[in-house]
Design a protein. Structure first.
Length: 94
């Protein structure tokens, strides 16, 4: 597994998942493990995660674009969740 900071508060996780189920489990585990409540002030840390499988002859930039679309779907649907890229997802511009 490779974990890399892309910039700001965005990271990439490259993992040799062999199925969408494996990717879904990994994404949900990251979301669960990133939930923290700090101190008496109640500062809450959470994460939104988007995933995209690498299959066929897809370009790396397209994998990141798909994962980004899934990430913004997770954020728009209430945050603190994992979403897997689905064909037909529209791009949420930044």
């Amino acid at each position: 597994m490779v974990i890399s900071r892309l910039g700001g508060d965005e990271f990439a996780v490259l993992h040799p998942c062999r199925s969408a189920d494996c990717l879904e489990q990994l994404g949900n585990r990251i979301v669960k493990d990133m939930q923290w409540q700090l101190g008496i002030a109640g500062l809450r840390i959470s994460s939104s995660v988007g995933g995209a499988p690498v299959n066929g002859h897809i370009e790396p930039k397209d994998v990141f674009s798909r994962a980004d679309r899934a990430l913004y779907t997770a954020k728009s649907e209430g945050k603190n969740s994992f979403r897997l890229f689905a064909a037909g997802q529209h791009h949420h511009g930044r």
